[in-house]
Design a protein around this ligand. Structure first.
Ligand SMILES: [Zn+2]
Length: 301
């Protein structure tokens, strides 16, 4: 970032499935060059494994195409989220289906997995997926629970260690001031979600980087169907710079650390977006374009 004219950012946790083309446009203008979209809970429970099959296919298909139409590279993680792990018979079917998707192009981790209510069923699915990550030699993205945050975070790391997973391959997400130190001390990647008003406010993130530095710290938006901000990463980067955080620390926390962590998959590399080709909106994905009667003008990045 420090060497190029326009800053480059990665949002390593955002659910574009639930966002609009306006978001894509604004993100690209603000310098977001790549996004990682974790498979997640879509707001209401799915009732069949086919719903997961279609959703996973969307993440590696249509959504990736949509991002490309705005000059953004799209990657994803595949996993059974903790909430739906509680439907055990469905969970079993989804876990059976997952390996089919782990080896697909642009899949950079197993995730987001972990705990929601910290139930036995959640733990079972969590452990099964850690074994898959081991087998496929992939990074892991961990969702930590919103309630009982401290216990859930410690427990998530314990479980990873019990499976012999190297902490350097695991991103623990949704941290706060209380969980941060332990996550860093234990050698895991420590990600922070910037939600407007709830979770991490922007200034709180500035204070955390001032206190802990930039090593192993990752900023993301987790923007989804709820009140969230698809521009949280570039906005926080700007706020950090305004508050005296160095460009190199901003580059690490808002770009390079995510690349290093998920780059261990071999599925995301900087050359993917340096020297981008022109966006061609006449392109189709299985016969569909993002256009709605507009002219198919090319945009030049
Ligand atoms: Zn998420």
């Amino acid at each position: 970032m420090s060497e190029s004219k326009t800053p480059m950012y990665i949002d390593p946790h955002i659910h574009m499935f639930s966002r609009t083309t306006d978001d894509y446009q604004a993100m690209r203008e603000a310098g977001v060059v790549a996004v990682i979209e974790p498979a997640f809970w879509i707001g209401q429970p799915r009732t069949t494994s086919g719903a997961f099959l279609d959703y996973f296919s969307t993440l590696i298909g249509w959504e990736r195409f949509r991002a490309s139409q705005f000059g953004i590279r799209h990657y994803c993680t595949m996993g059974l989220n903790s909430k739906e792990a509680n439907n055990e018979s469905l969970a079993e079917q989804v876990l059976e289906m997952l390996p089919r998707f782990l080896g697909k192009e642009g899949v950079v981790a197993v995730g987001e997995i972990g705990f929601d209510e910290i139930t036995a069923a959640e733990e079972k699915a969590f452990r099964a997926q850690l074994e898959m990550a081991k087998e496929w030699d992939m990074p892991v993205m961990i969702h930590t629970p919103h309630r009982d945050k401290n216990r859930g975070t410690s427990r998530s790391m314990d479980v990873c260690e019990e499976h012999g997973i190297n902490p350097s391959k695991v991103v623990i997400d949704h941290n706060n001031e209380e969980t941060c130190k332990e996550v860093l001390d234990r050698g895991f990647w420590c990600a922070f979600t910037i939600y407007p008003k709830t979770k991490m406010g922007n200034m709180r993130m500035v204070e955390i980087v001032k206190k802990y530095g930039s090593e192993h710290i990752i900023v993301d938006s987790s923007a989804d169907w709820g009140m969230s901000d698809a521009l949280a990463v570039p906005k926080t980067a700007n706020l950090m710079l305004e508050n005296g955080i160095s460009r190199s620390d901003v580059e690490l926390t808002c770009y390079r650390n995510a690349l290093t962590a998920y780059g261990q998959s071999g599925q995301i590399r900087e050359s993917d977006w340096l020297n981008p080709s022109q966006v061609d909106r006449t392109q189709l994905f299985e016969g569909n374009s993002i256009l709605r009667g507009q002219s198919a003008a090319k945009i030049i990045e």
